[in-house]
Design a protein around this ligand. Structure first.
Ligand SMILES: *Cc1c(COP(=O)(O)O)cnc(C)c1O
Length: 312
């Protein structure tokens, strides 16, 4: 894995054959999780052109938003540091700031972000909901000075441009390209880079009625569909069968999945295959978008509930 963050060249990750799914359907996995040890997967793609832009604008600092287990917060902290930029993370949950020492002891994501030099700014859930309001941003500028703003989840048009680089020339041979969906930036880039005869399937990690409109903002093509039945109750929600699937997948193929995004997508792909959704001889490319940094946080919750843990 590369240790530097190369913002200036196109990098492609390898595709790995996983298994047949019956009916001569092949499942391959694009290992975006191996792009970088700290800025893994789609978060590298989403940040690349944004950080280039911040540097081009001579900004010294990036500011972004996220929850306490956010892959985007962790990735932004690391990527900013590697690019010589300061970073500020506006974190949902005022209570977490009350006893910062305790929070950092128990929350691996925030602890990592701070270790990368990120300044954390905790806000209440209602302030957080208001985070795009001009007055709220203005107050952040008064507090932190000038910054380059990256939206929550990192999605904007530069992020979509970066995500288009997930697909390479050789990927044109796949009939289906599957990805997990949070804010819709990643799938939009993949749709833009796809061929008309490819079908792009998005597996939302949340109940996201807004997602189709969001994707249409960034992409004009029609060759995509959201498969909405595999969010397991919502964002960061899970069921024991999801954890079991993730553990079985690891035992069978030696690849770690995360419970928020990639685990749900692959569960969905296997389920669709069982229902003969994919025509005979289909070649499926699923994107491993990374996200593994969040697993310890999820395991803490599972442990408290005395549920089986995700094996790492
Ligand atoms: C953020 C994230 C996603 C969702 O990407 P969007 O561009 O927000 O749709 C998918 N997988 C992983 C691992 C992520 O961290």
């Amino acid at each position: 894995m590369q240790k530097v963050l190369d913002l200036n060249s196109e990098i492609y990750s390898k595709n790995q054959f996983i298994t047949g799914l019956g009916n001569n359907v092949q499942l391959w996995l694009k290992r975006e999780d191996l792009l970088h040890p700290e800025v893994s997967g789609n978060k590298f793609r989403k940040l690349k052109y944004n950080l280039q832009q911040a540097l081009a604008q001579n900004k010294k600092k990036v500011l972004t938003f996220g929850g306490a287990f956010s892959n985007h917060i962790a990735a932004t902290a690391a990527a900013a540091k590697l690019s010589g930029l300061e970073s500020v993370g506006v974190i949902r949950g005022e209570e977490l700031g009350g006893n910062l020492e305790e929070t950092l002891k128990t929350n691996a994501t925030l602890n990592f972000a701070v270790s990368q030099g990120m300044k954390l700014h905790f806000v209440s859930r209602s302030d957080y909901r208001n985070k795009t309001a001009p007055g709220f941003i203005k107050n952040l500028q008064l507090k932190f000075g000038e910054f380059y703003l990256v939206p929550e989840g990192g999605t904007n048009s530069l992020a979509v441009k970066g995500c288009a680089e997930i697909l390479s020339e050789e990927d044109k041979a796949f009939h289906f390209v599957c990805t997990s969906v949070g804010t819709g930036g990643t799938i939009s880039g993949i749709i833009n880079a796809s061929e008309e005869n490819q079908q792009i399937l998005g597996f939302p990690a949340l109940k996201g009625d807004f997602l189709s409109a969001e994707i249409e903002k960034y992409s004009g093509k029609q060759n995509w569909e959201l498969i909405s039945g595999f969010h397991f109750g919502g964002y960061a929600r899970y069921k024991p069968e999801l954890i079991e699937f993730i553990n079985n997948f690891k035992t069978a193929y030696g690849i770690q999945l995360d419970p928020v995004y990639t685990g749900k997508m692959l569960y969905g792909i296997f389920e669709l295959a069982r229902e003969s959704y994919f025509p005979e001889n289909s070649r499926i490319l699923a994107i491993h978008t990374g996200g593994l940094q969040g697993i310890p946080g999820m395991n803490r919750i599972l442990k408290k509930k005395q549920l089986p843990l995700i094996q790492i």
